[in-house]
Design a binder for this molecule. Structure first.
Ligand SMILES: [Zn+2]
Length: 548
């Protein structure tokens, strides 16, 4: 360990720590047997990035570019996965002289480096990154690099139980690696089609022989604890997926399975769920600063109702979950009524609707439990609306969603559902409308001139939008040119003047026009154009999601 004591001395010499702190660190080191740098980070003396900076200087090696989270094609194969994981390195590329670059997060034993060098028949150079980033890259690239292609050598494969298990493991691993949200398994006339939904779009992933259908669905049912013999009724279940049959080191995921009888057998949909209590920061959902501030302000109201609107799949629940995570604390009782619970979050009482209880009656029971904040998954009928508004004017903050295209029309939707204008006016705090757009792939996105048709489609002048960023498709975005999604938003804040309009039963247009003229209201399309300017998304995406 002499070397790490020297790193301690190095930090002392650089005045990062003083003599007293160093003695403390050395004392801790004798107890926990970890590296000085690791302990310093754990004790909050340094961040991981600062540690990497100092280590790079200490070891005399360059830093691995922080933004550079992509690696050279085919480079993974140079060092076997097990060896790389054990040695704490990751092959990331070769330099101009053909030297193999290995990313590490600290000193690596000389003997290990000599072994790798002999094996790959190349000289080796280390580049430094943080432990978190190294772990993340190892996870990502080794599981992505895992060959999930499926080959059916002979018919007997199909009868082999192990084959079906491995087939499902490979397909689900591929879905997880590709960040799919759902996997559809659909028996057709003479084949079994597997499709993935990625960034909101369904695409074919595999076509398998029809003979596999039965075994495939049965295996899924076993995993989810469903009745294999029951083939005439829809069934729902859940399981924890980890590809045990494959030699790959990845974290498991929770999935929900639903099976539905169709003409040619049973169709299965597997939903890949986010990790429990995955933290959703409202700041990271793509809301522009002023809008984010208004939305957060509406969430701090002691009572009233805040609505998030948009069609199915527009990211409304993500926004609500992020809001609840922001609002939760020890002194607040937060209760939800959902159908179904999509993300389990700590310190929040989540209730799931079932066939015995509807939204309105669940809400009435919850009100007897002294909640401060109530999240109603969706206001579906006038009954649920009546109870929600009642709760909102009697000292509770109610968060919910509605199916309307824009924020101003939420008001008339509430009227249509039978709400009294004075109730809406006195309870409604804000309406946020949103859509999800696909984000231009950061690896292959490039700026180019905006076309005439794009300008006319968006109804903007060339000077307003001279360039657009587009992805031409690469390995890291599955050739799509897009990677991940972000939101576009508009918000209607209900102040005194808007309240008066609501009392007068003003139309959506009147409310919209007032908000534009007097409150600088920016609609979804305007926000979308802003996102094109920033290079987040493309005109096609904005057109696709804002078409009425
Ligand atoms: Zn790409």
């Amino acid at each position: 360990m002499a070397k790490f004591e020297k790193f301690g001395e190095f930090l002392l010499k650089k005045k990062v720590i003083n003599r007293k702190t160093l003695s403390g660190l050395l004392a801790s080191q004798r107890l926990v047997k970890e590296k000085i740098g690791t302990i310093a980070v754990k004790e909050g003396l340094l961040t991981e990035d600062e540690l990497a900076d100092w280590l790079a200087e200490f070891m005399g090696i360059p830093l691995f570019d922080k933004k550079f989270e992509t690696i050279e094609k085919g480079i993974l194969k140079t060092v076997p996965r097990k060896m790389a994981l054990k040695s704490g390195v990751l092959p990331v590329g070769t330099d101009k002289g053909g030297v193999l670059l290995l990313a590490c997060a600290g000193p690596v034993q000389m003997s290990i480096l000599q072994n790798i060098s002999r094996m790959v028949k190349k000289q080796i150079k280390l580049v430094l990154t943080t432990p978190t980033r190294l772990k993340k890259m190892q996870n990502l690239f080794y599981s992505m690099g895992y060959d999930t292609s499926i080959t059916l050598a002979k018919n007997s494969d199909i009868d082999n139980a192990g084959f079906v298990i491995e087939l499902i493991d490979k397909l689900l691993l591929r879905a997880v690696n590709m960040k799919a949200s759902d996997v559809h398994v659909e028996p057709g006339l003479d084949d079994l089609v597997v499709r993935f939904r990625i960034d909101g779009m369904l695409a074919k992933a595999e076509t398998l022989p029809y003979d596999l259908a039965n075994k495939f669905i049965s295996r899924l049912k076993v995993l989810a604890g469903l009745d294999i013999a029951e083939k005439r009724r829809p069934q729902d279940g859940a399981f924890y997926f980890k590809p045990e049959s494959l030699d790959v080191d990845v974290e498991g995921v929770n999935v929900r399975l639903s099976v539905l009888p169709v003409v040619h057998g049973e169709k299965a949909v597997i939903r890949i769920l986010p990790p429990h209590d995955e933290i959703i920061h409202l700041d990271s959902l793509g809301m522009e600063a002023a809008l984010l501030e208004s939305f957060k302000k509406s969430l701090t109201s002691s009572h009233g109702i805040v609505l998030v609107t948009g069609p199915t799949g527009s990211g409304k629940s993500t926004t609500l979950y992020g809001s609840l995570q922001m609002l939760r604390n020890e002194t607040t009782n937060i209760t939800t009524i959902e159908d179904p619970v999509e993300l389990k979050i700590r310190s929040v009482n989540q209730t799931q609707i079932n066939s015995q209880i509807d939204f309105a009656s669940a809400l009435r029971s919850i009100l007897r439990q002294d909640p401060d904040i109530i999240m109603v998954g969706e206001i579906r009928d006038s009954d649920a609306l009546r109870v929600s508004l009642q709760a909102a004017i009697t000292g509770h903050l109610v968060l919910s969603t509605l199916h309307t295209n824009d924020a101003p029309s939420a008001v008339s939707r509430l009227f249509d559902m039978g709400a009294e204008p004075f109730l809406v006016a006195s309870s409604l705090r804000a309406v946020l409308a949103q859509r999800l757009v696909r984000v231009v792939c950061p690896y292959c996105g490039q700026w180019s001139e905006t076309s005439d048709s794009e300008l006319s489609m968006l109804r903007v002048e060339r000077v307003q939008l001279p360039q657009v960023k587009r992805g031409k498709g690469c390995d890291l975005c599955n050739g799509k040119g897009y990677k991940g999604r972000s939101g576009i938003y508009e918000i209607l804040m209900v102040d005194d003047a808007v309240q008066r309009l609501i009392m007068k039963k003003a139309t959506s247009e009147q409310i919209h026009d007032f908000a534009v003229k007097e409150r600088g209201f920016k609609n979804l399309r305007k926000d979308g154009i802003l996102k094109i300017k920033e290079g987040t998304t493309t005109p096609e995406e904005i057109e696709r999601v804002t078409m009425e």
